[in-house]
Design a protein around this ligand. Structure first.
Ligand code: GDP
Ligand code: MG
Length: 344
């Protein structure tokens, strides 16, 4: 009440300091009330958590979906600067890649390390998606795989003697590759994202963006955004999940730039004495990490440097939770019905 009275007469600069004072005193559990009278050591909690997490290691599971030849394997290799996804045509250079008759779901895991931090990375590829004359229901094997991973996690979780750390094979992000046609989304693109956005974090990207001019790219982007909006597709990061203003501002900025127009390459070239990943053409070098050339670094920053943990949190707290709820609810209903039947 006192601060309210002061608010009525204070200058703007004082108002800002009163507000920041009030915010600094606010915690998740209410007002900060109890002052400590000496060093307790609460600040070591962070270090304790860090040490435990480092020992445990981190897991991250990424899935790539899109027609063959859109540069999915190359992009994943570019993201992690390692050969984590096999290129379809790398085995037999003169032979065209073999396209499976139906969509296959293939996962490969690698353990990578940087500055003592270990990451178990699983890349799930979906060869055959969108490669046939009739692509009806070709999203089904992908949906089935995602749900199977939730099922595996759930059965471990409800096991009487469950593991201390449940192995996590759940897909944390699904990168959906849009062909750089410049026209708009294909019905299959919309169908896939519409079906899958409820079960997994979908991040659409414009593949092989070096094939589009700057103008074409911007035009294509706005057409894609319009189509996604019209069809009610909810891509990651989702607006509905934001609770604080800081996250909202960061994510709104990301949403404005999406879908990122990316270029991938696992070949490095010398630029001003530095090694950079890029694609050498007759008219110059396209540097994948150069902001002026493409938006690869925006995608990399979001996936790895700023939102990796959030992708995992949303997978666990939203997508897996929905699956768990539906699944356990269904079981409960069946149990009740059987119970009633046996009583009759
Ligand atoms: P995938 O079938 O989607 O996994 O595609 P690959 O990664 O095997 O790439 C197919 C072909 O496209 C290869 O010859 C790559 O060198 C090439 N490629 C990959 N990324 C890009 C890109 O960003 N731009 C262009 N122009 N070509 C690319
Ligand atoms: Mg591939």
């Amino acid at each position: 009440m006192e601060s309210l009275k002061r608010l009525c007469v204070v200058k703007f600069s004082d108002f800002v300091s009163i507000m920041s004072e009030a915010m600094a005193e606010t915690t998740n559990w209410g007002k900060l009330q109890t002052e400590v009278k000496g060093y307790v050591g609460i600040d070591t909690i962070q270090e304790q958590i860090r040490k435990k997490a480092l020992k445990r290691g981190f897991e991250f599971n990424i899935m790539v979906v899109g027609s063959s030849g859109l540069g999915k394997s190359t992009l994943v290799n570019t993201l992690f600067k390692a050969k984590v996804s096999r290129r379809s045509n790398s085995a037999e250079k003169d032979q065209p890649p073999i396209i499976p008759k139906t969509v296959e779901v293939q996962s490969i895991s690698h353990v990578i390390e940087e500055n003592g931090v270990r990451l178990k990375l699983t890349v799930t590829d979906t060869p055959g998606f969108g490669d046939h004359i009739n692509n009806e229901n070709c999203w089904l094997p992908i949906l089935k795989y995602i749900n199977e991973q939730y099922e595996k996690y759930l059965s471990e979780e409800i096991n009487v003697s469950r593991k201390k750390q449940i192995p996590d094979s759940r897909v944390h992000v699904c990168l959906y590759f849009i062909a750089p046609t410049g026209h708009g989304l294909k019905p299959l693109d919309i169908e896939f994202m519409k079906r899958l956005d409820k079960v997994v974090n979908v991040v659409p990207v414009i593949a092989k963006a070096d094939t589009l001019t700057i103008e074409e790219r911007e035009h294509f982007k706005s057409r894609i955004k319009y189509a996604l909006n019209e069809n009610g597709v909810s891509t990651y990061p989702m607006k509905e999940l934001e609770t604080d203003e800081e996250d909202e501002n960061i994510n709104t900025h990301i949403r404005d730039q999406m879908p990122f127009a990316v270029v991938g390459s696992d070949k490095s070239h010398q630029v001003d004495g530095k090694e950079v990943l890029g694609r050498l053409t007759n008219w110059g070098l396209i540097e994948v990490e150069n902001h002026n050339h493409c938006e690869f670094s925006n995608l990399r920053d979001m996936l790895i440097r700023t939102h990796l943990q959030d992708l995992k949190d949303v997978t666990h707290g939203i997508h897996y939770e929905n699956f768990r709820f539906e699944r356990l609810n269904k079981h409960q209903k069946i149990d009740k019905a059987e119970d009633q039947e046996s009583r009759c």
